[in-house]
Design a protein around this ligand. Structure first.
Ligand SMILES: [Zn+2]
Length: 489
């Protein structure tokens, strides 16, 4: 009997904006180790046939909601733990890196590259390393060089998260059993677009990602992956990428060249997944539209401060514009604002009896851009404990329920609204800090607009002060010929 393969698993999973004033610290992360880490992966219990005869060694996994840059000491603590546990793990055949790919650490422009280099320094060159990533991550040359297999999600919104991790693990185990180091090919595509222009629900991303199964079915190809990249970090690595891995060098390089060419050729077709406008334009349209019951609830994405992309989650710009509308203030329209993080404001009102009049200042503590902290004069409508947001309150001002949370969270699930007493089919208008609507909201929406609001993840990239991204870069630059060179390894 050959000894079982020994494969370590770990990673740090966050996407973090360099344009957001939020600082991600240890408190923002959920950390798993030991059996709890292995329990994340449903292919291990019960073990899928390909995963048996493998000893899976859990290191540490830390995961946070997207945010601002990660505090240096927080990152160093987990990087050190990963490296020390690897060094203590004995001989290893491989490692599965389970991470996002768009982590920013204060003072580093390529955090995952740094992490994987540290991992290689103890692992040595022989074991195979496979990375499972988000398609909004970035592939630097350092990361590409240090990994033998790299893949990412094929859907946005991401509904294939666990499939992707399983594929990365299975491809790793199969490559180890073949005892052949994979061939790999990388094409950087000089395009940087927000996720809200590249949803795979819409063309051209839908058609681009639909090419993958045919390519993957070719002889000599194991996996093909397309990274959209992360638009809200000002780093040289931020841009599109294609990586193909396989057992045949020529087939692998050819497939990467082809997919990279299709990505580049589609650049002018990418458009926002919903009609866009300023916050006031979106409110004008929505408040007129909700006279038609079929268009209720009307959703407006407060996209510039989307915590799901790294926004601070406390910019008050959109809320202030809502409160300026007489039909919302006088209660003739029923509306929800979801949400602002402000633990101080929650603590100030949460213990009062429901129905009490409350005066509280909310938001603008992390990201203080105009209009900053906003006074609310209303009624305490609901208090609830949310698994993501901690203690949450709803303060009613006229027809508007303003949700305030203790931790940063995104109102993407209907049950989160219900916890604060709101059934979405009974409201006219929902303004939510999100980009593209996640599936439950998408299905619930009578109509939807994407407001181009200010914040740390501003969708209008031309407004962001990029200095370090590699130019030329579409759409910041438009009139240039792309270098779509294939880098192999
Ligand atoms: Zn993503």
């Amino acid at each position: 009997m050959p000894r079982p393969l020994r494969v370590a698993i770990g990673g740090i999973h966050i996407e973090s904006s360099t344009f957001s004033p939020h600082l991600s610290t240890a408190d923002d992360f959920e950390v798993t180790r030991g059996d709890a880490l292995l329990a994340r992966y449903d292919w291990l219990s019960p073990a899928q046939p390909w995963a048996t005869d493998v000893e899976w060694i859990p290191l540490v996994h830390a995961r946070a909601l997207p945010g601002g840059a990660v505090d240096r000491a927080t990152y160093e603590a987990w990087a050190t733990e990963l490296v020390e546990k690897l060094a203590a793990a004995g001989p290893l055949d491989g490692m599965l890196l389970d991470f996002h790919g768009a982590m920013t650490v204060v003072g580093s422009d390529d955090a995952e590259g740094h992490l994987v280099a540290a991992i290689r320094s103890v692992l040595g060159p022989e074991p195979f390393v496979s990375a499972a990533m988000d398609l909004h991550g970035n592939v630097s040359q350092v990361l590409f060089d240090a990994c033998d297999l790299l893949t990412c999600y094929r859907t946005a919104p991401h509904v294939d998260v666990w499939e992707t991790r399983e594929r990365a693990a299975r491809n790793l185990v199969e490559a180890l059993r073949r005892q052949q180091r994979p061939h790999k090919a990388l094409v950087h595509v000089p395009i940087l677009l927000p996720g809200e222009m590249t949803s795979t629900r819409e063309e051209p991303a839908r058609g681009l990602y639909a090419r993958i199964p045919d390519i993957e079915a070719r002889d000599g190809v194991v996996d093909a992956a397309i990274w959209i990249g992360y638009a809200w970090a000002d780093q040289p690595r931020c841009r599109g990428a294609v990586v193909v891995t396989g057992t045949d060098a020529t087939a692998t390089a050819e497939a990467a060249r082809e997919l990279g060419g299709h990505f580049w050729a589609a650049r002018d077709e990418f458009a926002f997944v919903a009609p866009t406008g300023s916050m006031d334009e979106c409110l004008d349209t929505a408040l007129a539209a909700v006279a038609d019951p079929a268009r209720r609830p009307f959703f407006i994405s407060d996209s510039g401060d989307n915590p799901g992309a790294g926004g601070a989650d406390d910019v008050t710009f959109a809320l202030e514009r809502m409160l300026a509308r007489p039909e919302i203030r006088d209660g003739s329209r029923r509306a929800v604002f979801a949400s602002l993080v402000d633990p101080q404001a929650v603590a100030q009102v949460a213990d009062q009896p429901l129905g009490s009049p409350v005066r509280v200042t909310v938001g603008g503590r992390i990201d203080s851009r105009s209009p900053g902290p906003l006074p609310l004069d209303g009624i305490l409508e609901a208090v609830a404990d949310d698994p993501d947001g901690g203690r949450c309150v709803s303060v009613r001002v006229g027809g508007l329920s303003v949700f305030v949370t203790s931790r940063r969270m995104q109102y993407r699930l209907l049950e989160s609204y219900a916890r604060l007493g709101v059934k979405l089919d009974e409201v006219d208008l929902v303004v939510v800090k999100i980009g593209y609507l996640e599936p439950e909201l998408f299905d619930a929406a009578g109509d939807w607009l994407l407001a181009l609001t200010p914040g740390g993840v501003d969708q209008d990239l031309a407004r962001l002060p990029y200095r370090k991204v590699v130019r030329p870069l579409f759409p910041l630059d438009r009139d240039f010929t792309a270098d779509l060179a294939v880098v192999t390894g």
